[in-house]
Design a protein. Structure first.
Length: 156
């Protein structure tokens, strides 16, 4: 069975995915970095790590320490809380809680697809759309573009 790059194997052979909170923080990091037009290498140099480490943070495969998150927040010009904004129940409920007994007793529930794999706000095309929108020349043109998109999606 093939594993994704972000999965690791525990000693007993069980595959462990990254913690959804780490993935969320990584995606917020990537969102802010790309909106600023900053490369992974530029951010890495500013905080004293390799660009590969920034890649791992952004994927959620490596957890960002509190001190490193503080440094990153200063470089990106946001408060540390920015990385935890929009972290709804869909993210936190996907976490594996330690030793949670099956209180229903049914054992029939299927594992849900983690929210961090479903979020359309984290896709490259969403970031491209946001960048393109803000490059439009005037507020009037941006409003018209938004109205067009809403009409195409059926959400008037």
């Amino acid at each position: 069975m093939r594993r994704s790059k972000t999965e690791e194997t525990l000693g007993d052979g069980i595959s462990k995915s990254p913690d959804p909170v780490d993935v969320h923080v990584g995606r917020r990091l990537r969102l802010r970095r790309t909106l600023l037009g900053m490369s992974q290498e530029q951010l890495a140099n500013a905080v004293g790590v390799t660009f590969q480490q920034i890649q791992k943070y952004e994927r959620g495969s490596n957890r960002v320490s509190a001190s490193r998150l503080y440094d990153i927040s200063k470089v990106l010009g946001v408060p540390v809380a920015f990385f935890f904004e929009d972290i709804g129940d869909e993210v936190t409920s996907a976490r594996l809680a330690p030793i949670v007994p099956d209180i229903t007793g049914s054992g029939l529930s299927e594992p849900a697809i983690p929210a961090y794999e479903q979020d359309p706000l984290q896709k490259n095309e969403t970031l491209e759309l946001i960048r393109a929108y803000w490059r439009l020349p005037t507020d009037t043109v941006r409003k018209r573009a938004l109205d067009l998109l809403k009409s195409l999606s059926g959400r008037d």
